[in-house]
Design a protein around this ligand. Structure first.
Ligand code: APR
Ligand code: PHB
Length: 391
């Protein structure tokens, strides 16, 4: 088999890239190791930047998003029972939209299949070959048969645990990593959110976040130690902890049946460059951010926005300038998001540094509350910097 671009991984990065390329008449084949049901139901963050929403609309996959997405124009920062609102839209002219990542993935898959594009689920033994030649290959097993896909370019969109990054020879990549000594316990709840906008709460006992998926479904997170086990967190204990950490006078978190519960480790990770020969990495395959700034999906989409444009130039007029600049341009935004995610994490979590560190965090929150410049800086990073490649 032969195609122009072989895309490994059907998460947000791979699926968005396939649609971007199809729009320009560039053919691709997507191979995914999981089942369709699995990728459509994997629960992750759910906050879309302004740029991400615009791109999904441009790709013709924004119809349900426009109907069901919740547009927000601010966020709350809470500490010691006091709440500040960061006026995102007033400060930046931009907004954010709450819409689950798995809903984005469902819409992208439906669009890909509707247009008749190749998308193979449940492939195994995926390997990439000849990355330093003009005709790289992807081999895999599908429905029991060995397949070989010859292509011009491989897009490694296979997430943090994928095969593409480890296929790059030793010595090519530099890895930067920081693992936080805590994780997030996240729940999905059948209960109307008791807040109109997200609440990021600093508390002596640790961070918590009140977010949502719809007017009927709440999503909440608690900072937990990195060795926390989900068995040690019965529902009752989760609610008690959330009510304490999110407390505010005369107000309570709305409780209800918990239908999803999990612990996510917190990590910052980047590889440089995001390219080797004819293999281009995008999304979690190249970088991970802690979820505090909700940047993971938005960064993945931004990578493929750049990669899609670079491939379009290459196929259309033979110009490889965009492909050569891809890693450099993508990494500029990746590091901006790394810094912001780290900043939000350090602002709000118990980092284990003791009372002095905790007191400094409160001073920083007060500064955001009182200074337009401080709030403006948080806001422009939070809603996402403009899509231009020079950011
Ligand atoms: N072969 C084929 N597919 C693979 C392989 C493999 N060897 N290994 C992994 N995959 C698939 C995974 O099953 C997954 O569906 O690649 C896909 C990668 O998708 P994501 O992990 O969602 O990564 P990405 O598309 O970069 O999106 C980033 O996802 O992890 C979140 O917070 C992150 O929101 C961010 C977004
Ligand atoms: C979410 O809705 O899942 C979410 C929102 C904001 C974050 C992280 C997660 O910072």
């Amino acid at each position: 088999m032969r195609t122009q671009v072989a895309i490994v991984g059907a998460g947000p990065a791979g699926l968005t890239l396939a649609l971007l390329l199809a729009r320009e008449g560039i053919e691709s084949v997507l191979v995914e190791s999981r089942t369709r049901a699995y990728v459509e139901h994997r629960v992750r963050a759910g906050l879309l930047e302004h740029n991400t929403v615009q791109l999904l609309h441009e790709l013709g996959v924004g119809e349900r998003l426009a109907r069901e997405g919740l547009e927000h124009h601010g966020i709350y920062l809470r500490r010691q029972g006091r709440t500040e609102r960061v006026r995102l839209t007033e400060l930046t002219g931009r907004r954010i939209t709450i819409y689950g990542q798995q809903e984005v993935v469902k819409d992208l898959i439906a669009a890909r299949l509707e247009h008749g594009g190749a998308l193979h689920f449940e492939v195994s033994n995926v390997e990439v070959h000849d990355l330093d030649r003009e005709r790289p290959r992807v081999t895999y097993t599908h429905k029991g048969a060995a397949q070989e896909l010859e292509c011009d370019v491989v897009a490694g969109c296979d997430g943090f645990h994928g095969v593409c990054r480890p296929s790059i020879p030793d010595g090519v990549l530099t890895e930067y990593e920081y693992v936080y000594p805590f994780g997030w316990l996240g729940i999905l709840v059948e209960a109307a959110p008791a807040t109109d906008e997200l609440i990021y709460a600093w508390h002596e006992r640790g961070f918590s976040l009140y977010t949502m998926r719809s007017p009927q479904i709440s999503r909440l997170y608690l900072q937990v130690p990195d060795d926390a086990r989900i068995e040690d967190w019965p529902d009752q204990r989760i609610w008690e902890e959330l009510q304490i950490r999110l407390a505010s006078d005369g107000w309570r978190v709305n409780e209800g049946p918990i239908f999803e519960k999990g612990i996510t480790p917190m990590r910052s990770f980047v590889v440089e460059p995001m390219q080797y020969g004819r293999l281009f990495l995008a999304g979690d395959a190249a970088h991970i951010v802690p979820p505090t700034g909700a940047k993971g999906l938005n960064l993945a989409v931004n990578d493929v926005r750049l990669l899609g444009a670079a491939l379009t130039d290459w196929y259309r007029d033979g110009s490889s300038a965009g492909l050569e600049a891809y890693s450099h341009n993508a990494l500029r935004r990746v590091w901006r998001a790394q810094d912001f995610s780290n900043y939000m994490t350090q602002l709000l979590h118990d980092l284990g540094g003791g009372a002095f560190e905790r007191r400094l965090q409160l001073a920083r929150i007060d500064y955001i509350a009182r200074s337009e410049a401080a709030a403006g800086s948080l806001a422009e990073n939070y809603v996402g910097l403009p899509a231009a490649a020079d950011f």
